[in-house]
Write a protein of this length. Structure first.
Length: 159
């Protein structure tokens, strides 16, 4: 029962963070660059409970916020990024080589790669690949920020 309550709370928190992120006026001229606030809950869940719970909350969050604040394209892009980034984060987590920030950086970078792959399929050209260098840097920076916050918050949550 306690685990269900915590997972529900973290799902609600991730949805709130998605909404906050959607209204933040962050624009550097490149589509798709976001801070990734909801990914904080994914990283925390990956360390506190494991892969199954983290993936379930992430998928639920993407689908629910997609229907509330977005559209099917938003859901498709988000799921593509989420699955690829989650696979990378899971592998990095299981190696025990990387810190929470390192795992989050991997997730941020591969989330952008996943979305870029979908974009290339949608527009049927490799033109979006020109955004790759900027998206890699953005994914690393935002992944570090989310991972750093996760590292700072984790000791309080483990109590």
């Amino acid at each position: 029962m306690k685990k269900t309550v915590i997972l529900g709370f973290l799902l609600a928190l991730s949805m709130i963070l998605s909404y906050i992120e959607s209204i933040l006026p962050i624009s550097i001229g490149i589509p798709g660059i976001k801070l990734g606030l909801p990914n904080l809950t994914v990283v925390i869940l990956l360390y506190l409970y494991g892969a199954r719970e983290a993936l379930a909350v992430n998928i639920c969050r993407i689908v629910l916020t997609g229907f509330l604040f977005g559209n099917m394209f938003a859901i498709t892009y988000a799921l593509a990024g989420a699955f690829l980034s989650f696979a990378v984060m899971l592998i990095m987590r299981k190696t025990d080589i990387f810190s929470i920030a390192g795992v989050s950086i991997g997730g941020g970078v591969f989330h952008n790669i996943g979305q870029l792959i979908v974009a290339m399929f949608v527009v049927e050209t490799y033109a979006p690949a020109f955004y790759l260098p900027v998206l890699l840097i953005a994914g690393a920076v935002t992944g570090f920020i989310i991972g750093y916050v996760g590292m700072r918050v984790m000791p309080y949550l483990q109590k």
